[in-house]
Design a binder for this molecule. Structure first.
Ligand code: GDP
Ligand code: MG
Length: 437
């Protein structure tokens, strides 16, 4: 998904203005990308509609660059589709908190039970794991191994009892042993069937859980969404844990599940090891899907700090080679508000990392550069060509720097302008050849 979307959005990045038609074209590609990522069809439809509504019109026009604004809108909508904020486990005010694990066979219930216990133990809790998968011979043993690995007790009664009795007995055990979290690992099936649903429902009635977590395998994509729907209709789940996200490049399941069930994804499994469980962050997931973390955080920073009109004006100047020391000073000042310089350079619209390389600015130098430019007269800043040796001497002493430093800056500035011009021309020819836009 990431690559596809990036291609679609990348096309917008180099454009100056965004018309309704531009948005339409881009959204068609975003739509295809999402469908290919296995996102539910109706979810995609809704999504595209929302983004279009936001993209066409005012918001786009006020932005830093129209393309970046559209990226931000796509990202915002992806985030809100997945729930906006992280949703935590709902702990009971009267312990023990009971968590019922549900899901198909192989989804990762037993592994995730261990991961959760590990997590809770680190928070200072005293979890108890309960082995209610009595059908597969190795299932109880597997949970016992997992429990031992994270140092958490496992309650089991072998496979001669039914899961409801085991769950009830486990509750008594937990109360006696002051376990404040009880996690019940249940049996799965290869497919959803009545027997399985009945069994979980009966355990549910017997223990009245605070959380019914549905464990879903992200790699199953669209199937996971259907499973989520069926389980939720029957059990009214309280949350989802999406496993094997480490193996899923598409991420389509995460997008659809929340939209279809309206239940939050609480954790994601990022590997087979018992510490590879992470809280689900919708915003990070959106950025991951977009694969544009850098761009996104820059847009956020920039919107807070950079005057959009000024940036537009600057971009025009760069493109027409009218860039002066005054613009440069302006730029430096704005950059100082943005944070680490090396991250910011090259992200400014119209600036390009390649073009800026010759500039060689680091944060220590920036104060001295500023001092030099400030010691120039207005005329000198606008037409640096007039800065002869006597002017250089005056600027150096005025700024508390040296003549070689002034020379260096003048030289770099000249080279940068040359490179910017070259780059602009290069971009123009590439555009003509159809490689950009
Ligand atoms: P259950 O049948 O639902 O109890 O599933 P298991 O817990 O036995 O897990 C099935 C397989 O998936 C095992 O091989 C696990 O190691 C693996 N697994 C579980 N969670 C993850 C995960 O987040 N990432 C990866 N890569 N593998 C996982
Ligand atoms: Mg299991």
């Amino acid at each position: 998904l990431s690559e596809k979307l990036q291609n679609a959005l990348g096309k917008l990045k180099s454009k100056g203005k965004l018309s309704e038609k531009d948005v339409d074209v881009a959204m068609r590609e975003v739509r295809l990308a999402l469908l290919e990522a296995d996102v539910n069809f109706t979810v995609v439809k809704d999504f595209i509609k929302k983004v279009k509504e936001r993209a066409i019109g005012n918001e786009v026009m006020k932005s830093l660059t129209p393309g970046q604004q559209v990226i931000k809108i796509v990202n915002d909508e992806l985030t809100s589709l997945m729930g906006r904020t992280e949703v935590k486990i709902n702990f009971s005010s009267t312990p023990p908190t009971v968590i019922l694990m549900s899901g198909l066979q192989g989804a990762g219930k037993t592994t995730t039970t261990g991961k959760l216990a590990n997590n809770f133990k680190k928070q200072g809790k005293r979890p108890l794991l309960v082995a209610c998968d009595v059908y597969r011979p190795a299932a109880i043993k597997q949970l016992e191994v997992v429990g031992e690995r994270v140092g958490v007790p496992v309650f089991s009664m072998g496979n001669k009892h039914n899961p409801v009795d085991i769950a009830k007995a486990a509750m008594e055990h937990a109360k006696k042993h002051a376990n404040d979290v009880v996690i019940i690992d249940t049996a799965g099936r290869l497919h959803i069937d009545e027997e399985l649903m009945d069994e979980i429902e009966n355990i549910h009635k017997a223990v009245n859980p605070d959380e019914i977590l549905l464990v879903l395998d992200a790699m199953t994509g669209q199937d996971a969404v259907n499973v989520a729907k069926s389980f939720d209709e029957r059990l009214s789940i309280t949350g989802v844990i999406l496993t094997k996200l480490d193996g899923d490049a598409r991420g389509g399941a995460a997008l659809s599940i929340r939209a279809v069930t309206d239940k939050p994804i609480k954790f994601v499994g990022m590997g087979e090891k018992l510490d590879e469980l992470e809280p689900f962050h919708p915003d990070r997931m959106a950025s991951r899907i977009l694969g544009m973390g850098d761009v996104l955080s820059f847009i956020e920073k920039a919107q807070a700090n950079i005057d959009a009109d000024k940036a537009m004006e600057l971009e025009k100047k760069i493109r027409t080679s009218q860039f002066t020391f005054e613009d440069f000073l302006d730029q430096l000042e704005q950059m100082k508000n943005l944070g680490p310089l090396d991250q910011i350079l090259g992200m400014i619209p119209g600036m390009n990392a390649k073009a800026l390389k010759g500039l060689d600015v680091n944060e220590k130098d920036i104060g001295r550069i500023e001092a030099i430019i400030k010691s120039m007269t207005k005329k000198e800043r606008q037409t640096p060509e007039i800065i002869d040796s006597s002017r250089r001497k005056r600027i150096a002493s005025g700024s508390g720097t040296t003549i070689p430093e002034v020379n260096k800056l003048l030289k770099q500035f000249k080279e940068t302008k040359k490179m910017m011009k070259k780059f602009t021309e290069m971009e123009k020819t590439m555009k003509k050849k159809g490689k950009f836009g």
